[in-house]
Design a binder for this molecule. Structure first.
Ligand code: HEC
Ligand code: HEC
Ligand code: HEC
Ligand code: HEC
Ligand code: HEC
Length: 179
């Protein structure tokens, strides 16, 4: 008589399940890697609307002109405007509830380089490179959308185009972009 083992515990079936899971997880990874679908954010923040009423990029991302990181706005910055607004829909209520509980909003990053890459906004803004060049047309997006993979070739290519051969020695030095 066959041992009474449930089907999902039989060796060969276990292996198939693992394979299918690997393919599914791998596929999801590839999907995030190659498509520009933004991750789900705690609030569906509309860039297009806020830029449309005149809020400039650096009003919310204040660090870009002065240092490595552009930074995200604090809940207080949202509240500066939103406390005067009627929370007449779910999204506006969400903003109010984070502010009233004095909580920071757990935004999910979309523009991230690996830890071993050293990026600095300041020299780029000083050199007149626009936000859109690197982040896409954020002014027409709701939440920020991930851009196609920003790899080393992308950085080097622009560094070469935007510099003299002498400056390119520094701008292509490994230590300029790596810790
Ligand atoms: C030369 C390309 C480039 C330009 C120009 C640029 N960025 Fe970035 N930005 C990046 C890269 C690369 C990262 C990821 C940095 C990292 O992970 O260390 C990033 C990250 C960010 C982030 C998230 C992390 C952080 O720094 O707080 C924000 C927000 C941001 N950029 C906003 C802006 C805004 C606003 C402008 C225009 C004022 C701008 N960026 C201009 C390349 C650029
Ligand atoms: C310069 C002022 C200002 C700032 C700063 C601001 N908002 Fe707004 N926001 C508005 C106005 C005005 C509206 C329109 C409200 C309405 O339709 O009644 C709005 C609308 C919204 C909406 C509603 C969109 C919808 O579904 O109707 C969301 C969500 C939102 N803001 C989130 C935020 C968050 C999060 C922050 C901070 C990161 C923020 N806002 C910062 C002015 C601002
Ligand atoms: C009213 C505030 C506000 C303004 C104005 C604003 N942003 Fe943002 N930005 C946010 C918030 C909140 C987030 C986090 C949610 C998201 O990812 O969309 C964000 C996210 C981003 C990110 C992704 C950051 C990350 O962590 O990966 C980029 C890039 C960005 N903004 C660029 C811009 C650019 C370019 C402009 C001008 C065209 C702009 N933003 C204007 C509030 C603002
Ligand atoms: C669209 C063009 C462009 C892209 C893309 C770009 N850069 Fe730059 N980068 C510049 C310019 C222009 C400068 C300023 C050059 C100067 O000051 O002589 C600069 C300067 C820098 C500096 C400062 C170097 C120094 O010693 O002063 C660093 C670090 C840097 N870039 C890293 C990066 C990294 C990392 C990436 C990719 C993730 C990147 N850049 C992508 C144009 C670009
Ligand atoms: C202008 C900026 C810049 C310079 C200069 C630079 N790198 Fe990179 N490098 C990057 C970025 C950005 C990544 C991350 C790429 C990614 O995630 O695909 C990277 C990734 C890498 C990786 C990881 C492999 C990979 O493709 O993900 C290695 C190894 C590396 N760099 C070595 C070097 C060496 C060696 C030099 C000097 C000859 C150098 N880099 C110069 C920006 C730079």
């Amino acid at each position: 008589m066959k041992p009474n083992v449930p089907w999902w515990q039989r060796g060969s079936i276990r292996i198939s399940i693992v394979l299918v899971l690997l393919i599914l997880v791998g596929g999801a990874g590839v999907g995030i890697y190659y498509t520009q679908a933004p991750p789900e954010q705690p609030i569906p923040f509309p860039h297009n609307f806020h830029v449309g009423i005149g809020a400039e990029c650096m009003y919310c991302h204040t660090g870009a002109a002065t240092g490595p990181s552009a930074g995200l706005p604090t809940t207080n910055k949202c509240w500066g405007c939103h406390q005067q607004l009627e929370p007449r829909n779910e999204n506006l209520k969400l903003v109010a509830s984070f502010a009233e509980n004095e909580e920071s909003i757990p935004w999910v990053p979309v523009a991230l380089q690996p830890d071993f890459v050293k990026f600095n906004h300041q020299p780029h803004i000083t050199a007149g490179v626009s936000c859109e060049t690197c982040h896409g047309d954020v002014a027409s997006m709701t939440v920020a959308e991930p851009q196609p993979r920003h790899n080393m070739g992308w950085c080097l290519d622009c560094h070469q185009k935007m510099s003299t051969p002498e400056d390119f020695v520094r701008l292509s030095d490994c230590a300029t972009c790596h810790y």
